[in-house]
Ligand binder design. Structure first.
Ligand SMILES: [Zn+2]
Length: 217
């Protein structure tokens, strides 16, 4: 069974997920840990649960999602995977991180790239990769079909959507990613976003003010 630990890290309140299964193998998704105390919280949790981290995964590479990449690489020496179209987004972070007050950012480049339909396997778990551009050009989601759980980054939030005013963002593309991909999943799929509380496909399909498809009484 998939187990999930959510941390809310850095002043932008970014969700960092540690996901692991019964074998003890796991991954870190979007490590946003910046302060020493945040790094220690992540590290000690992984140690306490005896999780063997296998991959560092990024849904996309905005500053708040990559602040802890260097720490995770240094701690676990695992491959860092994201989409090829996020490479330029990632390489831009060092040019603006200080504008957000993040003076201690150290760049780590991806070891390999993922695309739609690829799979990431660890332990008994398989994530399939969904390409979900719009918030950023190479945004991806990690879908665990067996347990109906999607790690969706900054695409779809509870009653909200990702912003599209950053470089490479596009509103129509984002809405397409939500309506033509995420909303095609079963309604009881749980969506774990990059900020805020989890939601479900069915809830957002009905009640999201930006992209709802169905109306319920
Ligand atoms: Zn973002």
């Amino acid at each position: 069974m998939l187990q999930i630990k959510t941390f809310e890290f850095n002043p932008l309140a970014e969700n960092t997920y540690v996901v692991w299964d019964e074998t003890g193998d796991g991954v870190v998704i979007d490590p946003g840990c910046y302060e020493q105390s945040e790094k220690e919280a992540l590290f000690s949790f992984v140690e306490k649960e005896n999780i063997k981290i296998k991959y560092l995964l990024n849904t996309h590479c905005h500053v708040d999602h990559v602040l802890g990449n260097y720490f995770v690489k240094q701690s676990y020496h695992v491959p860092f995977l994201t989409h090829a179209k996020e490479d330029a987004v990632l390489q831009a972070v060092k040019t603006y991180a200080a504008n957000y007050g993040f003076f201690g950012y150290t760049e780590v480049l991806a070891d390999a790239f993922l695309a739609e339909g690829d799979e990431v396997k660890f332990g008994n778990t398989t994530f399939s990769i969904m390409f979900l551009p719009g918030h950023s050009p190479g945004h991806i989601g990690f879908y665990h079909a067996e347990s109906k759980q999607l790690f969706a980054g900054d695409v779809l939030f509870q009653r909200s959507i990702g912003r599209t005013d950053l470089p490479g963002g596009n509103f129509e593309t984002l809405i397409d990613s939500i309506q033509k991909k995420i909303f095609m999943l079963p309604e009881d799929v749980i969506v774990y976003p990059g900020h805020g509380e989890p939601t479900t496909v069915g809830e957002e399909k009905s009640y999201n003010p930006f992209c709802a498809l169905t109306q319920r009484a």
